[in-house]
Design a protein around this ligand. Structure first.
Ligand SMILES: Cc1ncc(COP(=O)(O)O)c(C=O)c1O
Length: 385
């Protein structure tokens, strides 16, 4: 695979290494949004079928990506909405606890903290061993060891959002199943850029914002709810989530049945006529590229950066624990943070600062030059060479 930058309207002189914050817009998504706006000039062009056709198509594409039945997918406006739905349907027996990762993204952390407070359950925060320089092995081991027959729910990101550290979702999902714990995964920082297979990983609920690795739009994301959530209670009662909602003439023949499977969990106004066409283009493109090829491209692209960091004796995670698309650099001591900031700005390099690390994230719109310029910016910020 070669760089796909030509499919985006990124400014040519900007080195955008920040897909972990927000993806740039695909040209096709921009065109779809403009077409949707033009269509909105004349609402009579929008038919009753249009309320359902695109949600179905988009869910189908997401289901293909994560290996589930499209009926198990719901459209959600934010990850917090998806967590609230899942946690609202999880009971807690006396003495049970919940598990979250150290430095988990706040939407997940607060959702689970609130659940614990409501159920008077302990919230266990699991991190890596403190004395290790690399975290992957000990963190995964600690997670597995902390899951016991008293665990009601584990909520964690598929990769750590601050540095891309990979978790062994397959073993963790297996352990959750073996003790009867519900496994909720925040897939925002890897779905679309790395394999997330809900069947293989035995995930009960997968919650994803779409505006990063799914090339979607802010305000529209996905939730997969597996069998544990069948027949559960939604957060709200949208008219669109009833089995008769397509029959516009008979909506007040109130139908007390919900739409099939996760259809009950869609956010109200799920048929967002501007955002869904954009999201659809993103998913179409990812499924065409394939996640495997995206991952391979990102790994190859960042190889010179890894080599450079190794040459500076920076401690790096083993490849089996590091994502190809997202990582947090612990800066070598001889790099001056203020000088680096200035050098990055001068070179128009966009990265993030997360948890004291320089978070670099790459995707198929990046080119070798972006990494070269970053290495050059880092090298120019060293005080003692
Ligand atoms: C792991 C993770 N989850 C969720 C989000 C944000 O999701 P939302 O804006 O829908 O709460 C982010 C944003 O950076 C994230 O990194």
């Amino acid at each position: 695979m070669d760089s796909q930058k030509h499919l985006f309207n990124l400014d040519p002189d900007i080195h955008y290494l920040n897909c972990g914050a927000r993806s740039p817009l695909l040209k096709s998504a921009e065109a779809a949004a403009i077409a949707a706006l033009i269509q909105a000039r004349n609402p009579s062009q929008i038919t009753p079928e249009d309320f359902f056709t695109l949600p179905k198509e988009v869910k189908g594409r997401f289901a293909e990506l994560i290996n589930c039945d499209p009926l198990q997918v719901a459209l959600i406006p934010s990850t917090s909405y998806g967590f609230a739905t899942a946690l609202g349907n999880i009971a807690c027996k006396p003495e049970q606890h919940a598990i979250v990762l150290e430095d988990e993204f706040p939407s997940g952390y607060f959702s689970l903290k609130t659940w614990c407070d409501r159920h008077h359950a302990e919230l266990k925060v699991v991190g890596p061993d403190k004395e290790t320089t690399t975290q992957g092995e000990s963190w995964n081991k600690n997670i597995l060891e902390s899951i016991t027959s008293e665990t009601a729910v584990v909520l964690m990101s598929s990769v750590h959002w601050t540095n891309g550290l990979k978790f062994d979702l397959e073993s963790i999902g297996q352990k959750c199943k073996s003790v009867g714990a519900i496994f909720i995964v925040d897939g925002t920082q890897s779905t679309g850029a790395a394999e997330v297979d809900v069947k293989r990983f035995k995930i009960d609920a997968l919650i994803c914002a779409s505006y990063k690795w799914l090339f979607g739009s802010y305000g529209m994301g996905f939730a997969f709810y597996g069998h544990a959530f069948e027949g559960g209670e939604p957060l709200e009662e949208s008219w669109l989530n009833r089995t008769n909602s397509q029959d516009f003439g008979n909506l007040t023949h109130y139908d007390h049945e919900y739409a099939e499977d996760s259809g009950r969990y869609n956010v109200g106004e799920m048929s967002n006529f501007i955002l869904l066409p954009m999201l659809n283009e993103g998913l179409k493109q990812i499924n065409e590229w394939t996640v495997e090829r995206i991952e391979r491209y990102c790994r190859k692209l960042t190889a010179p950066l890894y080599e450079y960091l190794k040459s500076l004796n920076v401690e790096l995670e083993d490849e089996s624990y590091s994502s190809a698309h997202l990582f947090g650099l612990k800066l070598p001591e001889d790099i001056d943070p203020e000088l680096l900031k200035k050098n990055l700005e001068e070179r128009k390099i966009s990265v993030s600062n997360r948890a004291g690390k320089l978070r670099v994230s790459v995707n198929v719109f990046n080119k070798v030059e972006d990494i070269d310029v970053l290495i050059e910016g880092l090298e120019s910020s060293r005080l003692f060479k």
